[in-house]
Write a protein that binds this ligand. Sequence first.
Ligand code: PHE
Length: 358
Amino acid sequence: MEDLDALRGELTASINGAADLDALEAVRVAALGRKGSVTGLMKSLGQLDPSERKAAGQAFNALKDEIAEAIEARKKTLSESGLDARLAEEQVDVTLPARPERSGSIHPISQTIDEVISIFGEMGFTVAEGPDIEEDWYNFTALNIPPDHPARQEHDTFYLNAEKGDSRMVLRTHTSPVQIRTMQAKKPPIRIIVPGRTYRCDHDATHSPMFHQVEALVVDESTHMGHLKGCLIEFCRTFFGVEDLPVRFRPSYFPFTEPSAEVDIGCSREGGSLKIGAGADWLEILGSGMVNPKVLENCGIDSTRYQGFAFGIGIERLAMLKYGIPDLRTFYDSDIRWLDHFGFKPLDVPSLVGRALA
Ligand code: PHE
């Protein structure tokens, strides 16, 4: 039994002295392995006198369990301190300055929105915003699209389960509901643009289920179609940087404007490449019109005194045309190589300084 105590003392000292997991494993093999000292004791039981065997067996087993437990305990301590050491070693200093060689870039959508805001800002528009999850009434009914109106089908609406009143909430299908919110909130004169996300259940090379629009709304006593045309011609020419860019107004239909017009800009496709400017072709870029008097009345604005114009522009389309981006889906791929190619420098802030508005 004295031998046993000596062995216990020896093994416990080696276990507690093991500096890392490898050293501890070596101690384990030396004690409990096939040729280990404790295993050797168990094997020696057979040579003992049968009268001693029972007591010795119990003592050996107790030692074996004790050593195994001590090894487990030491293992736990070593792994915890190992983790602490690793955490200390791999600490990241989040306060370090960004690495200049890896500076980020501005997404073409953000850049295009900034450009549009800077042009309309110069004309005296202010920016308004509204919720992406919208009530049916704001997205449709107040815009003169009642529940059974065929125009609802064209919008490929995403409906939510949540109900507000009698109808389900929707992901706004256009930025036009912000027209309604603005007219409810303030009296004319109104002159706002509304950049924001819009949603339709549609996905191919030219459609994405989430896309961006910029809405514009002007309401005043003497607002007329000439203002709409002048404003849009000015915008198109400044945005594309083409002074004599042809801009065409084509009669169209929207329930919330009367009369309505779709707007095309001139382009040419000679030699397979698209060029914005005077040419044989036209490209549609936005929808517009004079605010339907019913919409003004829905917002409590006297339509015999006030008139307005509105338009909605697709931001992705503007960006694709201006920067030669062929596939709309790539905007949302989060491909860093694409962003390196089409992205903008963070300090490349759009401004009209040095580019006089004609
Ligand atoms: N909301 C229309 C659309 O998404 C665009 C539009 C806005 C047309 C304002 C006329 C006036 O298609």
